[in-house]
Each structure stands twice: as structure tokens, then as C-alpha cells.
Design a protein around this ligand. Sequence first.
Ligand SMILES: Nc1ncnc2c1ncn2[C@@H]1O[C@H](COP(=O)(O)OP(=O)(O)OP(=O)(O)O)[C@@H](O)[C@H]1O
Ligand SMILES: [Mg+2]
Length: 232
Amino acid sequence: MEIIKMENISKLYKSGQIKVEALKNISFEIKEKEFVSIMGPSGSGKSTLLNLIGCLDHSSDGTYELAGTQVNKLSDSKMSEVRNLFIGFVFQSFHLLPRMNALKNVEIPLIYRGLNSKLRRELAEAALEQVGLKDRMTHLPAQLSGGQQQRVAIARAIVGNPSIILADEPTGALDSKSGEMIMDLFIELNEKKSMTIVQVTHEEEIAEYGRRIIRLVDGQIVSDSLVEEKDV
Ligand SMILES: Nc1ncnc2c1ncn2[C@@H]1O[C@H](COP(=O)(O)OP(=O)(O)OP(=O)(O)O)[C@@H](O)[C@H]1O
Ligand SMILES: [Mg+2]
């Protein structure tokens, strides 16, 4: 079953006189439980595409169906609802709140769902346990390593049990060892929790943790292929 279906999607940014066509008539589908990497040069439209998939922005043209809902027809507030329900985001720079400990950071998405504090805490603890940080729950972000901070961010992304994880350069700020840990975690979430994963990366090695690579150049898809299984 397709969970993401884009048809003839375009995105035009206008600022003053300047117009940038960041995405040009893009069409593709992603099925449930896929793990897809998006690659391409700087400025090719990767983040723009991820933001559209994640319902952070409207396309200028085309149709986008997320889990059977036609997103491009929704109001901003309906779009946020859909986002909250289906999507977990992970960013290059973690985006954790510095004054809140790991547990409180992970609870944030649940506040919007109106869950009581006891349930929030239980779910946040379970998510932190899932990413291997049970013993760091009361640490502030500054008291954690980069890889640990990214794992807190992943716990926050998965705490609401989303169908899709979207990650923009999730290993971009990490050394290669921590990057591999994040990829192993993505594989576990993909295989054991059946989460669909779409990640943007500059690194070929990181891209190949996914099973399919979509390449963008200048706002267009120039290739879309499966990653060959490697003999270890
Ligand atoms: N909010 C915006 N307003 C105007 N133009 C924008 C905006 N966001 C992106 N752009 C332009 O759209 C194009 C695509 O940008 P995008 O951020 O999607 O690229 P990217 O592939 O993610 O690049 P990078 O690898 O550097 O992160 C670029 O030319 C960029 O300058
Ligand atoms: Mg980008």
C-alpha cells in the first residue's frame, strides 16, 4: 500500500521579484514500511520535498496523498493535525529544548494530544528506553553527547507512534560511529516497528542504509533505484 503519493508536485518560492522553482513537476510513490534515502546537490530541493511530505508546507501545484488523505486540499490547521498524527521529524541539529531534560523533551508531542502527565511520562520513558537512553532521562541536552542528543530527538519523533519518520541529514552533525548507531536505530524502527522512513543525506554510505535511493538535481528526480544487497 502506498502511504505517500505525489503527482506532478511543484514548489515555487517567491520573495520579492525573485522566484525559485525548487521542485518541478515531481511524481513518485512510497509504500508502507519502505526505507528511502533522498540525495542530491545543495539547493536541489531535498529539504523542500521533505517539508512537503511532512505537511510543513503546501505545494504550489499537484496532488499529494498521505495515507489516503489528499493533503493539498487541507487547511493549515487540518494539515497540522495530519502531521501530528502520522509524522515524526528528525533534524540535523536535533532541535531539543535546552532547559528541559531528555524526558520532558520527549513528552512535548504528547502535550498536543492532550494526554495526562502520567501517561505522557510512561510513553516518553518507553521511547527513551527504545533508543537506549533509559539511564539518561534526567540529563539536559548539554549533558549528552551529540549521538545521544540525536537519539533523544528520535525518541521524541517516535513517542506518538507515527507511521512515518522524516529525517533531514540526521547524521550530518555526528561522527561516523554515532552516525552508524543512528542508522542501526532507523533499521530497527523500520523492521521491528514497521515505520516508513524517508531520510535526506549527502553521504552515500548513509544513503545505503535505506533500500531505495531517490536522486534530485535541480528540483527534478533524475534517478530512483533500489540499493543492491551487500554480502558481508
Ligand atoms: N523559504 C524559501 N524561500 C525562498 N527560496 C527558498 C526557500 N527555501 C528554499 N529555497 C530555495 O529553493 C531551492 C531548494 O532548496 P532546499 O533547501 O530544498 O535545497 P536542499 O537540497 O535541501 O539543499 P541543502 O543540501 O543545501 O540542504 C534553493 O535554491 C533554495 O535557495
Ligand atoms: Mg536541505
